[in-house]
Design a binder for this molecule. Structure first.
Ligand SMILES: [Zn+2]
Length: 95
């Protein structure tokens, strides 16, 4: 796996894959707002990498390449289950 190829600017590709935004929890590290991102894959036509990334600290899920309708729910689930649900619930109800 060539790591450098995976970290590509997503600015040009973002508008090409319109998708409903899934519900994403706050970043488990810093509490920042997560962003669903994508970037055109270089190995195949009409294929995109999808991942979720914290806009504040840069924490990100793994990259997943393929159909948006399959990848976006998968990376959203990966993001939302980074931290135990009980821990998130306790944090939400602390104040
Ligand atoms: Zn963060």
């Amino acid at each position: 796996m060539q790591q450098a190829d995976l970290i590509a600017p997503a600015t040009q590709a973002a508008a090409a894959v319109p998708q409903a935004q899934p519900q994403l929890l706050r970043c488990p590290c810093c509490g920042g707002a997560p962003t669903l991102r994508n970037s055109k894959a270089q190995f195949a036509e009409d294929t995109y990498w999808h991942w979720v990334e914290c806009s504040a600290c840069g924490l990100a899920t793994r990259y997943m390449a393929g159909a948006a309708e399959r990848c976006i729910p998968a990376v959203a689930t990966a993001w939302n289950t980074r931290t135990p649900a009980s821990k998130s619930a306790a944090k939400d109800t602390a104040q």
